[in-house]
Design a protein around this ligand. Sequence first.
Ligand SMILES: C[S@@+](CC[C@H](N)C(=O)[O-])C[C@H]1O[C@@H](n2cnc3c(N)ncnc32)[C@H](O)[C@@H]1O
Length: 244
Amino acid sequence: MELAMFGELQYWLLCKLWPIKTIDTQPHGEEKLATFIKPIDPTFGRLEGLDVLDFGCGDGNESIALSRCARSVIGLDINPKWIEIARAKAQRAGVSNVEFTTKLDRKVDAVISIDAFEHFEDPKQILEMMHDALRPGGIVIASFGPTWYHPYGGHLFSAFPWAHLLCSERALLKWRNRFRDGKAQSLKQGMNGWSISRFERTIRDSPFTVEQFDCVPINSLRRIHCRLTREITTSIVQMRVRKT
Ligand SMILES: C[S@@+](CC[C@H](N)C(=O)[O-])C[C@H]1O[C@@H](n2cnc3c(N)ncnc32)[C@H](O)[C@@H]1O
């Protein structure tokens, strides 16, 4: 009873102090590729003749941008709603070498994945799927975050820094569901809650050869960013791994 009241009080405070959740406008398409993928792979852009997989493609903007330089692009997403939206976008853009699917059935030369690893329920299994999908020598270039201990690691539950770790699940769910359509059932819905260390261990234990695993600091916390503080001071994780 007391706990429930505490949750109600938290909910009331959240609504008073943060009546709406502003969503940061992010770059997309070419700009997103240039911001998040190009810095990881110096050869990026030289995709002519390559078949590329965009894993967790969402509404397909980056797959469509990639299709302008790759031989072919597969945009893969678990959510059929995004696949439909992405297909319509590709049709409007008039590109014919990109396809969107929820099931993977072909081999590719390269995999990119943007802002998706922190959403994969089982990243270990996704790495195995990526490994299976790649031809020998193929690479995975991925950029993801914010991860769970980042101040805004709760994504849409991030009313204020670390709200997802400090507030009760009940209060945050009620607060978030005020202004989002898809009524969330749990705080971790769509997010795996993994620490950076867990990601790193899993990636290093995977069948891939790790060529790069970098934690890019949050600008304002650059000075205190180190291995010890990286869980809370990392803006995004960038990685490049290869199937040997
Ligand atoms: C934050 S969105 C990023 C979309 C896009 N890459 C972008 O940068 O805008 C994460 C995407 O990963 C997808 N996703 C989550 N789990 C997945 C899985 N197991 N397989 C494929 N896609 C998945 C979600 O449906 C969602 O569209």
